[in-house]
Design a protein around this ligand. Structure first.
Ligand code: ATP
Length: 662
């Protein structure tokens, strides 16, 4: 232990990466699949992949606000025409100014063209403002529409799809489509604007003298090359940098997290982690310096090339002028048109990478649109009656994707109205899987399941979910208010404060909620105003309250509902679950505490995915003693914890059994 100070060497960054993360920290989230693509895509790749995402965004824009889209398109088109008109008007003004007449006459003759330039410039500014306003209106609407679409697919997907790596990656990545679809509007407008500007400049040059067209290409080519190179380098630098930033952020998160604070102090991890951080930060600094130098070099080269091309262009123009092949006015207008065209090409090219980057994420939406309906929970089907009913499973078998052996094999069981049925078995026996099948979350590969005589395969899944209240093993600790944590059991009764309080009382959670600093309005997590924490056991009671608030549920499933409870609360909770059956509600209880199973009307012992024993507590205790069997486990637990004498017996027979084993 004391050798730590001497054994520890200051960290270098590669060693820090290796030590903390086992190598460089590379994201494996869905969105990370696009990392770096925009920096390496070829122009043909770019051209091939752009139309589909562009069509998505345009169709969405037309759907959410057709008027705004039309306004943007017309305003941009108008600006392009205005630019062409301005160039031609400038040509006209120059012609008048360079004419042979006396100066006052030349100025008077040029006045109409100059006035038209003023008016059209003002109109162009107005059109630009109209385009900006309409873009601003479109962007949030598109973002909302895409977000809604993604949420729709996310909440409707089968649980199996959510657990499927491929589908989950699409969903994870598509989350960003909303933001990128929004950005594509602005980027698209910029591209459209520069494209129209380019066409206007090219068109004017063609009208003036077609031989001037190649000049535009001559000057634009090095500019375009320089812009692409700079943009790609910058993009790739950010990618390199991102990997490191993520590692640093992960470490910063650990160093400042409340959860890790105790261990950081007791295990004296502070200096060690700060040292790793410094090593990473130094490497990040060095990387930034290198990238800045590289970028400066690229920019210098691009500017030199573009400057040389500009000089050459003007030299050619001068030559044509001196040879009398073009008039002075035409040369002046051509210079203006070339400036406009080159500016447009600069914007166009610098937007290429950003548009391509955005299009990758918007394309995820297209993928989700295809996969979403295929993986969605079907709607409609046979209705399921409300109220207590019989649940029957026959020969149910289920194998997880990627597994060779079934997690549940040929299980038959039934839960009658008003019954408490217990599922017991070792870790990994298949109990939770069975619960997910019963809930309608996993679809069995074989066998049948019926509720009130309605077969699951044809049943209305909404109805099926609606009949069940689930307190899962990993029930959700929503970082929301205490009230909302109960309300989420039945969102159809958002104002039923009395029902919420009653459910909390039933579950034994009321005292803990009332002790919170803001009572029911306290947000149960850390880091917000009005927030506070609950203990593990208090959370479990609140989870139970949520389950009990689910009014239409005729089957309450509690998977390890007392794992975090103290012995007295555990007994109390089992009694409360039993009390639920008074109105015919059935309870399916999954537990490792065999003392509690005595409260059950029927017990199924699951081993290795299949039912190995079934019957009442008395039946199972009367069975021959098999190592690992119910009787063996019950006796061992009873001896170890003395639970058989702690739990109040339900029947005289239970009392006899309890005395026998204790
Ligand atoms: P415990 O008492 O520990 O909660 P359990 O009886 O509830 O265990 P299950 O969670 O149903 O057991 O697991 C049954 C088997 O299925 C185990 O072998 C487990 O590894 C496997 N399993 C569970 N969930 C998945 C999953 N999502 N994908 C693949 N295999 C799974």
């Amino acid at each position: 232990m004391t050798g730590r100070e001497t054994a520890y060497r200051p960290a270098d960054s590669a060693r820090a990466d290796q030590l903390l993360f086992g190598g460089p920290l590379v994201y494996d989230f869905g969105f990370a699949r696009h990392d770096g693509k925009a920096g390496t895509a070829s122009v043909s790749q770019w051209l091939r992949s752009l139309p589909a995402p562009l069509a998505i965004v345009l169709t969405l824009a037309a759907r959410v606000d057709r008027a705004a889209l039309t306004q943007v398109l017309l305003a941009e088109l108008g600006q392009g025409l205005a630019r062409a008109f301005l160039l031609l008007a400038a040509n006209r003004a120059l012609l008048q100014l360079f004419a042979g007449a006396p100066t006052p006459q030349r100025i008077t003759a040029a006045l109409p063209a100059l006035a038209a330039i003023g008016a059209v410039s003002a109109l162009s500014a107005l059109l630009s403002a109209l385009s900006t306003a309409a873009t601003g209106r479109l962007e949030p609407r598109i973002e909302n529409a895409v977000t809604q679409e993604i949420l729709h697919h996310a909440v409707r997907a089968e649980l199996e799809a959510m657990e499927d790596e491929g589908f989950h990656r699409i969903l994870d990545s598509a989350r960003f489509a909303a933001d990128y679809a929004k950005r594509m509007i602005g980027q698209g407008v910029a591209v459209l604007n520069s494209l129209i500007g380019l066409i206007a400049a090219g068109g004017v040059l063609a009208v003036l003298d077609w031989r001037l067209m190649p000049l535009l290409i001559l000057i634009a080519a090095p500019r375009a090359w320089g812009s692409v190179r700079t943009a790609r380098r910058r993009y790739l630098s950010v990618q390199t940098w991102l990997t490191h930033i993520r590692a640093i952020n992960a470490l910063l998160g650990l160093l400042t997290s409340k959860d890790a604070a105790a261990e950081v102090r007791v295990h004296q991890l502070g200096p060690f982690l700060v040292d790793q951080y410094q090593a990473m930060a130094r490497r990040a600094e060095a990387e930034q310096t290198r990238l800045a130098r590289e970028r400066a070099g690229t920019t210098l080269l691009a500017s030199t090339l573009s400057g040389a091309a500009t000089l050459a262009t003007y030299a050619v123009l001068l030559l044509l002028l001196l040879n009398g092949q073009v008039a002075m006015a035409v040369a002046g207008t051509a210079a203006l048109a070339i400036r406009t065209g080159v500016g447009s090409i600069g914007t166009l090219v610098s937007q290429i990478n950003t548009v391509y980057d955005s299009s990758l994420y918007v394309a995820d939406l297209a993928e989700l649109r295809q996969a979403g309906p295929r993986r969605a929970i079907p709607t409609g089907g046979d209705p399921i009656p409300v109220g207590p009913a019989l649940l029957e499973l026959k020969d149910i078998t289920y194998t997880y994707q990627g597994r060779t052996t079934p997690a549940v094999r040929q299980v038959s069981l039934s839960v009658a109205p008003g019954q408490v049925v217990a599922l017991v078995g070792a870790n990994g026996a298949g109990k939770t899987t069975l619960v997910k099948i019963i809930c309608g979350l996993l679809r069995a590969d074989g066998g049948t399941m019926q509720w009130a005589g309605v077969d699951f395969t044809g049943a209305d899944r909404e109805n099926w979910f609606g009949r069940i209240a689930l307190l899962g093993q990993d029930f959700e600790r929503w970082p929301l208010s205490a009230r909302c944590n109960v309300l989420l059991g039945d969102v159809e009764r958002p104002d039923d404060d009395e029902g919420i309080t009653e459910a909390a009382r039933q579950a034994g959670a009321l005292a803990a909620v009332e002790a919170l600093p803001h009572g029911w309005d306290t947000i149960i997590t850390r880091g917000y105003l009005r927030s506070a924490e609950l203990s593990g056991g208090q959370w479990q009671r609140l989870g139970l309250a949520r389950t009990m608030f689910r009014a239409k549920a005729a089957l309450v499933i509690a998977d390890e509902p007392t794992a975090a409870l103290d012995p007295a609360s555990e007994i109390d909770t089992f009694a409360k679950l039993r009390a639920l059956t008074a109105d015919g509600t059935s309870v399916l209880l999954i537990t490792h505490r065999l003392a509690a199973t005595r409260l059950a009307d029927h017990i199924y012992v699951i081993n290795d995915g299949t039912v190995t024993e079934a019957g009442s507590h008395q039946d199972l205790l009367a069975a021959p003693l098999v190592p690992g069997g119910y009787r063996d486990l019950f006796q061992r637990q009873a001896t170890e914890y003395g639970t058989a004498t702690v739990l109040p017996p339900r029947t005289p027979n239970d009392a006899a059994a309890a005395t026998e084993v204790s």
